[in-house]
Write a protein that binds this ligand. Sequence first.
Ligand code: ZN
Length: 173
Amino acid sequence: MTQTEHKPLPEGYQEQFMLEAIRQAHLAEELGEVPIGAVVVRNGQVVGTGYNTRETGKLATAHAEIAAIEDACRRLGGWRLHQCDLYVTLEPCPMCSGAIINARIQTVYFGAYDPKAGCAGSVTDLFALPFNHRPQLFGGVLEDQCAGLLSDFFSRLREERKKMRDIRTFCEN
Ligand SMILES: [Zn+2]
């Protein structure tokens, strides 16, 4: 069992912020990006927002969490986000888990699990290792909604690709 499973959410958790992360994911989707969104929260206020822009930015590092952490560092004028929580719609990858630890984020709430790249319990659990900072971790928060965003996106994508294939087949024959 990973540390994220079956843990009751703490008092500090506020659903409105996961809903804000979902809104951020929709912004990614509007650009045709895989819908993943994140927000950084301090003292009950959003201090950083971000969403996936890997395709439009042509950047391997343009993940939602990185964008939200960078936004918060800029707005707060410092790299230490030790009084901040991060809400993200998908389990963080190795890069983002590293950024979360480096930024000293206090608590991480994530929605859907990522069996292919998740480093908060799925592929591995970087948050359980004895680094100099260990954020608190809560997974599966509004999981159905967060996972639904992704599965809807990918099924639409498959549908569009099939349509393109049908058009090509039609034109070639
Ligand atoms: Zn990432």
